[in-house]
Design a protein around this ligand. Structure first.
Ligand SMILES: Cc1cc2nc3c(=O)[nH]c(=O)nc-3n(C[C@H](O)[C@H](O)[C@H](O)COP(=O)(O)O)c2cc1C
Length: 369
């Protein structure tokens, strides 16, 4: 069950505050699933069976809050935040999140061990349940900063980074990587990378099951063009069963997830989770036995959060852009999307816009019936 008081009581919103910054992490902070007897490590391990991928511009705090309403147990990832931004930037804006988002992992980008260590310390102080290093993003901007997927070529440097991050805090440090880059076409390249990194004590690897081409393909193409090779990720788990291996890339249905979980420890969904968020509720039900929520109830439970953020000056659209796919596949989905797309961007847009979107959906639905 949700910690209803946490979700409904928006007066406490930890917006831009750093309740624990500079202090050691509190023990087992509970959001989402309220089970005070479950140790944080056990809870994280359970959560890891289903996670929502880090996605720039998409998995911001509002998106994560919404996803949490659908998937009370799953592990949610932030967008990638660069270590220099964490160290030198506006931490409240970059790192602030709501307690209901737990368990939530902060993804960092970087390749400078001391800076990553400092960013890890700061992230742990904010209460993140895991710190993840991005070794999978292939964009030019990222490569010029020498981080992301190009680090697949530099396992020793990644190992130094991870060692420094682990040293900086007691929060679990994990890696999200590809199966290779460019000409790295053999299992050996992935195995060598993982071997070097796991020697630091890091035991959790999220593997996007396709390689990345560092030249010539856009980041979007790099999520579509190189073929998926799930077998290579399964092999990693077979050969190193002591590791926690999470598979990512092209996973969408409940049947897909069931199949993957017979080979590895967890699945991570990206685009499907974003475009068809109710899939998260279905997977949550499948994996954890959580009752399926009613979509309209989910919207109702989002309301206090939306109103609290509007009262602080946030725009409605910044939250509702993440919910457009909630009714995907159902009659009325288009009307719901249309009203939100047309009206939520206005400066004075309030909850009444959402009510209109829900009414339009019901109208279209009735009309279709
Ligand atoms: C819009 C968008 C932004 C992304 N940003 C990140 C990111 O910040 N860090 C990262 O590791 N991967 C990022 N990715 C890649 C996803 O985490 C994931 O690995 C990829 O989409 C494959 O999973 P999928 O097929 O389930 O979408 C992004 C993907 C998308 C679509």
């Amino acid at each position: 069950m949700f910690a209803e008081s946490t979700l409904a009581d928006t007066a406490h919103l930890r917006c831009g505050s750093a309740p624990n910054e500079g202090r050691e992490r509190p023990s087992a902070r509970l959001g989402g699933m309220e089970n005070r007897n479950e140790p944080a490590a056990t809870r994280l391990e359970r959560a890891r069976r289903l996670s929502v991928a880090p996605m720039m511009d998409w998995t911001d705090r509002h998106c994560r809050y919404f996803h949490r309403l659908l998937a009370p147990t799953a592990l949610l990832y932030t967008e990638m935040v660069t270590a220099p931004a964490v160290v030198h930037g506006d931490r409240g804006r970059l790192l602030g999140f709501d307690a209901a988002e737990h368990p939530v992992a902060l993804q960092l980008g970087g390749s400078e061990p001391a800076e990553l260590a400092e960013a890890t310390r700061v992230g742990a102080g904010y209460g993140y349940d895991e710190i993840n290093l991005n070794v999978g993003c292939p964009s030019d901007r990222v490569q010029s900063g020498r981080f992301g997927a190009c680090l697949m070529r530099e396992p020793s440097l990644v190992a130094d980074c991870i060692a420094a991050m682990r040293e900086a805090s007691a929060v679990p440090v994990t890696v999200k990587c590809r199966i290779g880059v460019d000409e790295q076409d053999e299992y050996a390249a992935l195995a060598e990378f993982v071997d070097r990194v796991r020697a630091t004590g890091c035991d959790t690897f999220v593997v996007h099951a396709r390689k990345a081409w560092l030249q010539g393909l856009s980041p979007k193409e790099n999520r579509e063009v190189p073929p998926l090779n799930y077998e290579r990720v399964y092999r990693l788990k077979r050969e190193l069963p002591q590791l926690t291996v999470v598979i990512n890339g092209g996973i969408s249905s409940v049947a897909d997830v069931r199949e993957h979980l017979s080979h590895v420890d967890g699945v991570m969904l990206g685009r499907t989770a974003y475009h068809e968020p109710y899939r998260l509720a279905e997977l949550e039900a499948e994996l954890y036995g959580t009752p399926l929520p009613d979509r309209d109830d989910v919207m109702g439970r989002l309301r206090p959060y939306v109103e609290a953020h509007l009262a602080r000056g946030d725009r409605l659209q910044h939250i509702t852009r993440h919910v457009l796919g909630l009714y995907q596949g159902l009659p009325g989905a288009r009307a719901f999307r249309r009203v939100l797309s047309e009206e939520a961007h206005r400066a004075d847009a309030g909850w009444d816009v959402v009510e209109r979107a829900l009414a339009a959906r019901r109208g279209e639905w009735r009309h279709a019936a």
